[in-house]
Design a protein around this ligand. Structure first.
Ligand SMILES: [Zn+2]
Length: 65
């Protein structure tokens, strides 16, 4: 994982990891759609989450608003 200029807003730590809870996020009102997993980037020192990313945002193209 290449995160050269990231810094934790809470503890100023610079070590991060990424993980997923493997729970898919789905379009609103479409709970039977497969959707996409979320990827969390978080501080290894204090656990602060820097970002939450949708791993396959293109799956939501049918629900652009
Ligand atoms: Zn931190």
């Amino acid at each position: 994982m290449n995160t050269p200029d990231k810094k934790c807003a809470q503890c100023e730590g610079t070590s991060f990891a990424q993980g997923s809870d493997y729970i898919n996020i789905r379009p609103l009102d479409k709970k039977y759609t497969i959707g996409s997993e979320k990827i969390y980037t978080f501080c290894l020192d204090c656990g602060e989450v820097l970002s939450i990313k949708i791993s396959n945002p293109s799956k939501f193209k049918a629900w652009v608003f």
